[in-house]
Design a protein around this ligand. Structure first.
Ligand code: BTN
Length: 326
């Protein structure tokens, strides 16, 4: 049993015991280790911030939990169909997306989730960095194996943006919006970014990684100075700290629900959810395309999610990829 599995098992026993004690014998049976070896595992949990009382004749009792995204905590009564079937948590990693790629190549099941407290090489879109300090934010990557051709992969970007916007709106009671196609904003400031990556051949997706970074408890001075787009965090918007655990559990449930909808009914109902958070219709925007910049009024979205822009010369442009500036 790995260290993470052992901690997961102990936390599950604590959860089942509620406010009661779990005896050393119970833990040693569950882990298949001696009662002296348990002490080491308990110490590791204490180092992570768990307050654990030890009483010689009774055993151990959980008195308080930190806001750490251990698999056992994330998965407890999650009741999702697919998303979160496996959860791997790292205190520090290079990038959760890179970890999810390794899982994808190793044949891990669809719905596996990688979480990290901090990333030392957090990746943003277009080769940019994603600022990933410890203790404050959510860095998550979800592995999917959608049975669709690679040309439909961008539909999953709308799906993850819709799930993130819903979670931001619900957990913070905030007016979240989506910036086409994949940033989530509050009050015009970026609160979450998505980096979806694909491993595919011409007609088949091997796996897809939904990379999700959400600024949860980041303070103003923690944001890098060279941000391309004004940023904010849930804490700055709500005026209180947000539980990372509550947020990620809510997010995984929304992802699970929207993915089940996508598999059973296709893209239209997912796009309809995304559109509930899209507030640019009728507004003038600038769009940076790869080779030029266009200005126009947003007419809406095409059925495949392409942005429809009415240009000043009276023509309508279908934009498939680009950076939108309201
Ligand atoms: C963007 O540039 O807006 C996308 C940022 C995506 C960041 C997330 S954090 C979790 C996952 N792991 C990464 O290295 N990047 C994504």
């Amino acid at each position: 049993m790995t260290g993470q599995d052992a901690r997961t098992t102990i936390l599950a026993l604590f959860r089942a015991a509620g406010d009661g004690f779990v005896s050393g014998a119970q833990i040693s049976r569950a882990l298949g280790v001696s009662r002296t070896a348990i002490w080491k595992k308990i110490e590791q949990l204490r180092l992570l911030g768990y307050a654990i009382e030890a009483v010689p004749s009774k055993g151990y009792r959980l008195q308080g939990s930190p806001d750490v995204l251990l698999a056992a905590e994330v998965q407890a009564n999650l009741e999702t169909e697919r998303i979160g079937c496996e959860v791997i948590y790292y205190a520090e990693t290079d990038s959760t997306n890179l970890c999810a790629h390794e899982l994808g190549k190793a044949g891990a099941p669809e719905g596996s989730v990688v979480l990290a407290d901090s990333q030392i090489a957090g990746r943003g879109r277009l080769g940019r960095r994603w600022c990933s300090p410890p203790g404050v934010n959510l860095y998550a990557s979800v592995l999917l194996r959608p049975p669709v051709a690679p040309r439909y992969a961008s539909q999953l970007t709308f799906l993850s943006a819709a799930a993130v916007a819903r979670t931001v709106a619900e957990t913070g009671n905030l007016a979240a919006t989506v910036k086409w196609p994949n940033d989530v904003l509050v009050g015009g400031r970026k609160i979450a970014g998505l980096l979806n990556e694909l491993d595919a051949e011409t007609e088949q997706i091997h796996y897809l990684v939904l990379g999700i970074g959400v600024n949860l408890n980041m303070r103003t001075e923690q944001f890098p100075e060279d941000l391309r787009y004004p940023a904010t965090s849930m804490m700055l918007e709500c005026g209180r700290k947000v539980s990372r655990l509550d947020f990620v559990r809510c997010l995984l449930r929304h992802l699970d629900h929207l993915y089940a909808l996508y598999l059973s009914e296709g893209f239209p109902p997912v796009l309809a959810v995304w559109q509930q958070y899209f507030d640019l219709v009728g507004r003038s925007v600038e769009v940076d395309l790869q080779d030029r910049r266009i200005i126009g009024k947003v007419a809406g979205l095409d059925s495949d999610g392409a942005l429809l822009l009415d240009l000043t010369d009276g023509t309508r442009e279908r934009v498939l990829a680009g950076d939108v500036k309201p």
